[in-house]
Design a protein around this ligand. Structure first.
Ligand code: FES
Ligand code: FES
Length: 153
């Protein structure tokens, strides 16, 4: 039997009926049609499903949709405002910090969280954060460069 879930996603109140076993990433992608959040592994290895729940980065493939009752969620679609990229997204573009782009939504959300913690993260803190984010294309250097540039600014 479905359960009713009320939540706020990217600033918009949403109501959905979900099966108790349904994953949050399925709720986001299939019920809310926000397909920017990707499923890369389903086994908590890749980080590409990362979203913010109540300002905390979580793996939406490890979270049940019903656990998001009353929560505020931000997905990658919620970063840009009125079509304007954030400084972090601009830095990714400038540094060529993405190739296929599959990992990018999760990395952006995790980096956004790191940058929002007050003090500017060091390069090694950025590398440490990226240990939970799998990218098969870039070799990571441009990703670290992009995040470090925003941290310096
Ligand atoms: S899909 Fe969630 S960690 Fe890979
Ligand atoms: S840009 Fe292709 S997996 Fe990261």
């Amino acid at each position: 039997m479905n359960e009713h879930v009320s939540l706020v996603v990217n600033g918009v109140p949403r109501e959905v009926d979900v099966e108790p076993r349904r994953l949050l990433v399925q709720l986001i992608r299939e019920d809310l049609d926000l397909t920017g959040t990707h499923i890369g592994c389903d086994t908590s290895q890749c980080g590409t499903c990362t979203v913010l729940i109540d300002n905390q980065p979580i793996l939406s493939c490890l979270t049940l949709g019903v656990e998001s009752e009353g929560a505020e969620i931000v997905t990658v679609e919620g970063l840009a405002r009125n079509g304007a990229l954030t400084p972090l997204q601009e830095a990714f573009r400038r540094h060529h910090a993405l190739q296929c782009g599959f990992c990018t939504p999760g990395i952006l959300m995790a980096a956004d969280d790191l940058l929002s913690r007050g003090s500017a993260p060091t390069r090694s803190e950025i590398v440490d954060m990226l240990s939970g984010q799998l990218c098969r294309c870039t070799g990571y250097t441009p990703i670290v460069d992009a995040i470090a540039e925003v941290a310096r600014a």
